[in-house]
Design a protein around this ligand. Structure first.
Ligand code: AMP
Length: 193
């Protein structure tokens, strides 16, 4: 199963992503995690990315696309994957479509985790990550609204979009997600754990 997971910062994507990959036995590909690892390892890409991340801005598409393309070729992605935090721009979505069309491995579904903006700000302020300072949070929400939200329409047109209500307990939200994914998992064959 190949899944794209879209949602604003603070929506709880990371928590739900971990549950999804556990249940369906697929790889978890978080571009945010990859960038933070590169930053901590002080690689060239990491140092470059940090300038954008610490300002709450998106890292340039060409940098992200290179990282994702390499990762999608790894063995553990053959059984499927959840893309968490990618694509985040229309250019990234189009590039992903092209990559997957070349390999003959289209997406099965795009999940949107929807949470009202007032709630997001509160949740993020309590998290304590380096990019969770109020002005950086604000910038990340703006980046989401301006650059990532247009993807919802893009995937809606392709009949791939499923919107999940992101308010409620972790378990309640995960059940909503399973309702969408379980029928798809049956068709694409992998083992539900
Ligand atoms: P996340 O952990 O997904 O919230 O990502 C943290 C930060 O990494 C974002 O605020 C961006 O600066 C950067 N980032 C992660 N994924 C992407 C992406 N697909 N495109 C551009 N920047 C990204």
């Amino acid at each position: 199963m190949r899944i794209v997971f879209i949602g604003p910062p603070g929506a709880g994507k990371g928590t739900q992503a971990a549950l999804v990959v556990g249940r369906y036995g697929i790889a978890h590909l978080s571009t945010g995690d990859m960038l933070r690892a590169a930053r901590d390892a002080q690689t060239e890409i990491g140092k470059l990315a940090d300038q954008y991340m610490s300002a709450g801005q998106l890292v340039p598409d060409d940098v992200i696309l290179k990282i994702v393309q390499e990762r999608l070729r790894s063995d553990d992605c053959r059984r499927g994957y959840l893309l968490d935090g990618f694509p985040r721009t229309l250019a990234q979505a189009e590039a992903l479509d092209q990559m997957l069309a070349q390999e003959g491995t289209p997406l099965d579904v795009v999940l949107e985790l929807r949470v009202p903006e007032e709630e997001l700000f509160q949740r993020l302020s309590g998290r304590g990550r380096a990019d969770d300072k109020p002005e950086v949070i604000r910038q990340r929400l703006v980046a989401y609204r301006q650059q990532t939200e247009p993807l919802l329409d893009y995937y809606q047109r392709r009949r791939l979009l499923q919107t999940i209500d992101g308010l409620g307990s972790v378990e309640e939200i995960f059940q909503r997600i399973q309702k969408v994914l379980d029928p798809l998992a049956k068709h694409s064959g992998p083992q539900i754990q």
